[in-house]
Design a protein around this ligand. Sequence first.
Ligand code: FES
Ligand SMILES: [Fe+2]
Length: 400
Amino acid sequence: MIVTEPADVFDPRHYEACRRPVEIAETLPNWCYTSQAFYEREREHIFLKQWICAGHESRVATPGSFFTFDFVGVPMIVVRGKDDVVRALVNACRHRGGEVATGSGECAAFKCPYHAWTFALDGDLIGTPMFEESDVFRKADYGLTQVRLERWGGFLWINFDPHAESLFAYLGDLPGRVAAWKPEEMALASHKTYFVEANWKQYYENFSDPYHVPFVHRSSLSFKPVKRRQLHDPAIYRGNYVMHRAWFDGTRSVLPGEASFPEIPIPEEDRGTFYPWIYPTAGMGFAIDSLFCVQILPDGPERMRIERDFLVPKAYTELPDYEATLANYLKSQEVVQFEDVPILEMQQRSMHSPVYKTGRFATLDQLVHGCQNWILDRVLDPDPAREVTKQRHLRSVSIT
Ligand code: FES
Ligand SMILES: [Fe+2]
């Protein structure tokens, strides 16, 4: 592989052009999409610090139901306990790190496949075969590590930072803005997983870029003429999200001529689709008839797993033609998704060019500039604690 990143990858001078006002700014350098070092910094300063959408609550509907996933190298379990509390647990045995659960399903306890240490659904260590408790070993000290979990909109959100603000504070005004959809009362109609061979930021940027829609989605989304658009204005929208909105008549969540679900009674000014991207990894689309939520699970700098959830008001699942109508929505999503994915992977390939030059932002993709600077704010900003840790480490190395 050709290495394009400089040795001083975090020197702010490399990013000065991206830091300018959008009219005269340039895009991020290509190594931001391929560099392991840049990705590691994103993991430390973004993924392990912010609220992450981990999935829909209905995936753990009953006590004992669980699902597992890997989030930026941390194996995780989300499980509903016998006490009906949903918890996020690190899927690493407190003996020597075995994964105590795989896939998803229902269970009464988690038993590690290595030496059979057993953990209750709340993470407590309850069994250590051929190894007794003693004065120096108490099971109570070796439960599975628990990560913060809070709920909003029917979704479960996790945060690895014990000092992070609450999810509700993090979301700002977003819950109020979409209250008319009653997202927490919606039914999960479809859950799909797929992989994209591209840096996670490609998806995040593409989501906030309505510029590509008439070209990439000319056979799908763009059959509905957009009457008006609104791009995020931080003076109006408060919270850790960036939004855009498109107003058009009816729905564009099915292909032209296909039957659709009834409209959700939302205020007149909300007709069309409202697209908030909740930093850093969750994108939602509040449409006139449905809701989707995309969750990105970055897998190194050049791959990501996508979890795509599609939701409708619960009452729709009782409609006589529910399955047939739902199929129209899922077909449309397949079309849209396979219009976007090849573009993201194509873009990723060009990030390896040793002669890559940065580009400019157009009026309609100016939110991408904000997205890129949001990353730089967190990746580049000096962190005094980090410097202290680094120096302490260096000193201890020199002493020993
Ligand atoms: S690593 Fe789990 S029981 Fe040994
Ligand atoms: Fe797209």
